[in-house]
Write a protein that binds this ligand. Structure first.
Ligand code: ADP
Ligand code: MG
Length: 240
């Protein structure tokens, strides 16, 4: 469970997240939706503790252990994040990119762990290429594999379906489902309404720098959010 108390984030004098207080359960697939520029990526950076709020507190309870943004302890690598720009090292092959966190953590049996994650993601045909020699979908698989290799309990993925064709989206969804089945929780930012409708265990709506709705996927059919109402073809009540 995430508990956000009066969370604010500014860049310069622009207020990007505005006094958010809410609870976000960690339950299977948590799908985050909202218009471009509404603050989803910023929220994800706070939830993964790579940035801290300017005001307020982000609290995470994960399997009985508590983490707070106002305290120094961080939940990594039990919590990992795949950002929109994948941050693969360009001078390293995909295999070397994935090996890096294993090496840094001093993991025993590094090669067998590496092999199993490469198999899981069906990457053996291109894993020895550099990031600029593979497609966006293949690079994204490598970024996911790298996030997964230290067995996190929670993975946050920004714009999971961005830049993927339909077949690559299907492959990604199959992997995500496998991950969920293995007990990993995922917080997924996506514009795919189809994905949210089929798979979301929870839905979080971000609009204009604030969380406007948190609920089960039922909220997609009767949303309060004007953005979602427009997206599913419900007319927004007059005067709004
Ligand atoms: P989303 O992911 O929903 O598209 P973002 O969280 O990326 O939204 O951005 C929300 C707003 O914050 C945008 O107006 C964006 O320009 C601004 N913003 C995000 N990151 C920064 C930054 N590092 N510096 C300045 N402005 C930023
Ligand atoms: Mg974004």
């Amino acid at each position: 469970m995430f508990i956000l108390d009066n969370v604010e984030k500014h860049y310069g004098n622009v207020s990007v997240l505005k006094n958010i207080s809410c609870q976000i359960p960690i339950d299977g697939f948590v799908v985050v939706m909202g218009p471009s520029g509404s603050g989803k990526s910023t929220l994800l950076r706070l939830l993964s503790f790579v940035e801290t709020p300017d005001h307020g507190n982000v609290r995470l309870t994960l399997n009985g252990q508590e983490f707070e943004s106002i305290k120094p302890t961080r939940p990594w690598p039990r919590v990992t994040c795949v950002f929109q720009k994948q941050f693969l090292w360009p001078h390293l092959t995909l295999r070397e990119n994935i090996r890096l966190p294993l090496h840094a953590a001093g993991v025993h049996e590094l090669e067998s762990k590496l092999k199993s994650v490469i198999n899981l993601f069906g990457m053996s045909a291109f894993v020895d290429r550099f990031p600029n020699e593979v497609s966006g979908g293949q690079a994204q698989r490598a970024a996911l594999a790298r996030a997964l290799v230290l067995d996190p309990q929670l993975i946050l993925i920004d714009e999971a379906h961005g830049g993927l064709d339909l077949e690559q989206q299907k492959i990604l969804n199959d992997y995500l489902i496998k991950l969920r089945e293995s007990g990993v929780a995922l917080i997924i930012v996506t514009h795919s309404l189809e994905f949210a409708r089929r798979y979301a265990d929870r839905v979080v709506i971000v609009e204009d720098g604030t969380v406007t709705d948190v609920g089960t996927r039922d909220i997609l059919e009767r949303p309060r959010s004007p953005y979602l109402r427009r997206a599913i073809g419900l007319s927004t009540p007059r005067g709004q």
